[in-house]
Design a binder for this molecule. Structure first.
Ligand code: C2O
Ligand code: CU
Ligand code: CU
Length: 498
């Protein structure tokens, strides 16, 4: 273990303890520009390593927030570059990665409902890429799908407007044809937060962004992608590539501070290519207040929360333990696998971060509203079609993705029901670009509460129905399994809205 002090070269935009909070208006520009400097918290050990004193001392940090270069308060204009970088992901080693503005995770894009967003993007990689704004409702040309690759050395300006009512936690990632697993695995992913000027939750709640990712390393610190044709390559094709090192904002087992009685608002993003997280905090229940597309109508008490690939949750964590307590946020075992390729250690509980209570006496808990915002129900009687998608291993309705084929064609403004039937013994998280939806039922049972989603996990041999309306934007929109290896293999189709 090296004697390097924690975070040797890092200056933070948000205070290390994450004390920034609340829906910020335009932030002062100074202080937002450190995107390029952030390395990654270097912590020894794999996810199963004991919690050493050094590990425990590392306080969770958040990615830098992109500097807004626009003078117009209704416009957010930012610069993003994807390029190679050499960073310390694990202590004592350097890793060749791809990074947005030199940082993994990439810098956070923060916008408000109603903002016009201008992203000046440059591809400094030696291969084509795109930026997909996962979960956002935007014009086809801004979707960053495989239809619009950006070649090496090229620039592209993504422009879109953030609709009202879409405040929530999103993320951005590359979406090039067949190369998404590789590019996300190499480090290209970042958070995107849409804020509501009238957010119903108290602005006094301390907010934390938790970007979950995992990776696999060789002894020399390089990223471990298997050689094609090997046994590991076949297992990865089947399961999706999982790593044994779990990161929160690029840190291994960081510490989050809380005061007894305090309530914190956590925005959690599953940016892993294949790993599904089953979150639990022993001795605590979560108040689950939101998912992919923002807040629910009312909070829901949860013992644990399952977070499939690309899903997001907003959780209120209530500091109910004694001052001085230390509690580990766990990733409990979840069997999403087929028996043949299920990893031997699938049933191990993994650790994500330590919640460390200060010694101060408990504070008075803030009041949490029991009504958050309306999520108006979509009406199934308005649906003009039901689209059935049969998922098998790597295919949808028996087909591989074909960029020249349209799988579903529909008219602008139409409402449809999609029925996703998983025919196989492995979970597949199903994602639709461009349009958010409401899940209606699972295996014929109505879901207990409404929420806006862009991805829904379809467990082994289960059927999920959702309802969607194709508002505003024509174009060709991908739908696919969000285990990115499956997406790359062609477990994807195209919806054309005309
Ligand atoms: Cu995260 Cu096709 O998307
Ligand atoms: Cu998407
Ligand atoms: Cu899949």
């Amino acid at each position: 273990m090296s004697e390097e002090p924690p975070f040797p070269h890092i200056a933070f935009v948000s205070p290390p303890d994450g004390t920034s909070n609340g829906p910020p208006r335009k932030r002062a520009r100074a202080g937002r520009i450190l995107a390029a400097v952030i390395g990654i918290a270097a912590v020894p050990g794999l996810s199963g390593a004991p919690v050493g004193a050094q590990t425990a001392a590392r306080v969770l940090t958040e990615p830098p927030v992109l500097e807004d270069l626009a003078d117009d308060p209704a416009v957010v204009e930012v610069e993003l570059t994807a390029g190679p970088a050499r960073l310390s992901l694990l202590e004592g080693t350097k890793t060749d990665v791809y990074a947005y503005n030199g940082s993994v995770p990439g810098p956070t894009l923060e916008v408000r409902e109603g903002d016009s967003v201008v992203v000046r993007f440059r591809n400094d990689l030696a291969e084509p890429t795109t930026i997909h704004w996962h979960g956002l409702h935007l014009p086809f040309r801004a979707d960053g799908s495989p239809f619009h690759p950006i070649g090496p050395g090229e620039e592209y300006v993504y422009t879109f407007r953030i609709p009202e009512g879409t405040a929530g936690t999103y993320w951005y990632h590359p979406h090039p044809d067949h190369r998404t697993t590789w590019q996300i695995g190499k480090g290209l992913f970042g958070a995107l937060i849409v804020r509501d000027p009238d957010d119903p939750l108290p602005g006094s709640l301390r907010e934390r962004l938790l970007v979950l990712s995992d990776n696999r390393f060789r002894a020399d610190g390089s990223l471990d992608f298997p050689e094609p044709g090997t046994r590991q390559a076949r297992i990865d094709e089947e399961n999706g590539r999982e790593g044994d090192v779990l990161f929160v904002n690029g840190q291994v087992l960081p510490t989050v501070r809380i005061r007894a009685g305090e309530v914190q608002r956590w925005r959690v993003i599953n940016a892993s290519g294949a790993r599904v997280y089953r979150l639990a905090l022993p001795g605590h229940t979560f108040l689950h207040v939101g998912s992919d597309g923002g807040l629910f109508e009312r909070p829901v008490e949860r013992q644990e929360v399952l977070l499939a690939n690309t899903e997001r949750v907003e959780l209120l964590v209530r500091g109910g333990a004694e001052p001085g307590s230390r509690i580990v946020l766990q990733d409990l075992p979840y069997d999403r696998y087929r028996p043949l390729t299920r990893p031997d250690d699938w049933d191990e509980t993994r650790r994500l971060l330590t919640l460390a209570y200060g010694d101060e006496s408990p504070m008075e808990a803030p009041a949490i509203p029991d009504r958050l915002r309306p999520v108006p129900p979509m009406d199934p009687s308005e649906a003009t079609a039901t689209r059935v998608m049969r998922l098998s291993q790597g295919r949808i309705n028996g087909k591989l993705m074909d960029m020249d084929r349209v799988d579903v064609s529909a008219s602008l403004g139409e409402t449809e029901i999609w029925e996703i039937r998983n025919l196989v013994g492995m979970d597949h998280p199903f994602h639709l670009h461009g349009f958010r939806f409401q899940v209606l039922s699972r295996n014929g049972e109505p879901v207990p509460y409404r929420s806006w989603k862009d991805t829904v996990n379809v467990p082994k041999r289960e059927t999920v129905r959702f309802i969607v309306r194709y508002d505003d934007y024509r174009g060709k929109w991908m739908f696919h399994c969000h285990i990115v290896d499956h997406e790359d293999q062609g477990m994807m189709g195209i919806l054309e809205v005309r």
